[in-house]
Design a protein around this ligand. Structure first.
Ligand SMILES: *Cc1c(COP(=O)(O)O)cnc(C)c1O
Length: 401
């Protein structure tokens, strides 16, 4: 998208505003499918939690995507968006047994990541096919917040507990139709991922009735200039080759599944904010925008560096700014960042605002959640209205005091 398109949308729909470029989502989807074109059956399960707007889900459905869900509500959203139950995988962590049963009843693929749950579920519903989430104990990412494969992670069943898994499966007679791993959010190194894949293959060989192997996600996308990103093409070539070999060892073809969230939608998203104030202090220049961590929390929560562009003055002389929000707490979006000269009233565009941005937003400080717009075929389509005062009062029970 061009700065002028974004500026026009800011004008038309107001700020703060989330904008998603449909063609970028399509391009990423295509890139992934092409990288794995040598695999007999590739299944892409879009991770709903990254961006859960129903129109985005429908767009992905039209591309041929399936869904990855982590809560019964995400399952319900997927069904509402028109996904058939058997195209949805449900990978919860720490949810109630009743919720897992509810998902099974809806007909979605269950993925279990806990031995006690596996045993209980297998005993009660031996006929329902189940996928098992393995923890291969491979650190894929650098940031311990987003690496989920390490030894003390709460996710997955340890690969070292394989004998116990096998005993449960044998005792209950349950049907294991998939093996899954999701090692973390960053595949920085293809070789590390391939190493984890070998562990998954070793686990898979124990199960005779598999339909698929699910490699989770971890595709890294660039946030700032010079950021390394997953080389999807190289990764596709290497893993496809090894996967096809494994299918021969296994004795029949299996489907290869992924669950990308960030890879599909991160770069498609822009977050547009208006500068309310420019404030000089003794040490910096603050640009204060009409948003805060209520709308975009990743910089404060994970230290993510979303690049910021002044689309009102794209050719302006660059200066150093500290970009902050209007929340009555420290809410720094960017520190000491080079941005084209900012004036009050300018519109700043944050990049990589597609994944884990709107979906992590809140009403803190009693602010409305932003509107969302899909940019498709050169037009902006409103896919979520900005909240209003009524939304803040919804579900509040007023009692006489
Ligand atoms: C969050 C999540 C994903 C998506 O991760 P990304 O880094 O956004 O690609 C995939 N699978 C599971 C089980 C998840 O919890």
């Amino acid at each position: 998208m061009q700065p002028k398109d974004l500026l026009q949308l800011a004008d038309e729909f107001g700020c703060p505003l989330y904008v998603y470029d449909a063609s970028k989502i399509e391009a990423q989807y295509k890139r992934l499918t092409e990288a794995f074109s040598k695999v007999g059956e590739l299944r892409i399960h879009y991770a709903v939690k990254a961006l859960s707007n129903v129109s985005i889900l429908k767009l992905l459905k039209n591309l041929g995507s399936r869904l990855d869900t982590v809560s019964i509500q995400e399952v319900q959203l997927g069904l509402y968006a028109g996904f058939p139950a058997d195209k949805i995988i449900y990978t919860p962590n720490g949810v109630s047994f009743e919720e897992i049963e509810m998902a099974a009843k809806l007909g979605v693929q269950i993925n279990i990541d806990n031995l006690s749950v596996l045993e209980h579920f297998g005993a009660k519903h031996p006929k329902v096919p189940v996928c098992i989430r393995i923890n291969p104990h491979v650190m894929a990412g650098g940031n311990s917040n987003i690496s989920v494969g390490h030894i003390d992670s709460k996710f997955g069943i340890s690969i070292h507990q394989m004998p116990h898994i096998l005993r449960i499966v044998e005792n209950t007679g349950m049907h294991i139709n998939g093996i899954h791993m999701h090692t973390g959010s960053d595949i920085l190194d293809v070789e590390v991922f391939l190493y984890a894949a070998e562990i998954l293959f070793e686990a898979a060989i124990h199960f005779k009735e598999l339909d698929f192997l699910d490699f989770g996600s971890g595709f890294k996308v660039p946030y700032k200039k010079d950021d390394i990103e997953t080389n999807v093409e190289e990764f596709g070539k290497k893993l496809s080759k090894r996967f096809n070999e494994f299918c021969k060892e296994y004795g029949r073809p299996l489907a290869l599944a992924f669950e990308p969230g960030k890879f599909l939608v991160s770069e498609a998203g822009y977050f547009l904010t208006k500068v309310n104030v420019v404030k000089q202090t003794t040490s910096t220049v603050f640009a204060g925008v009409d948003s805060g961590f209520n709308h975009l929390i990743r910089p404060m929560l994970y230290g993510s560096q979303h690049s910021i562009e002044n689309i009102s003055n794209p050719k302006g002389k660059e200066r150093f700014y500290t970009v902050v929000g209007y929340i009555c707490e420290t809410d720094t979006f960017a520190n000491n960042r080079r941005i084209a000269e900012i004036h009050e009233g300018d519109v700043l565009a944050f990049r990589n605002a597609g994944a884990y941005c709107f979906s992590m937003s809140s009403n803190y400080n009693s602010r409305f959640k932003p509107a969302e717009v899909l940019w498709k075929d050169g037009k902006g389509i409103l896919i979520r209205e900005r909240e209003t005062f009524e939304d803040l009062l919804r579900n509040q029970v007023e009692v006489e005091m």
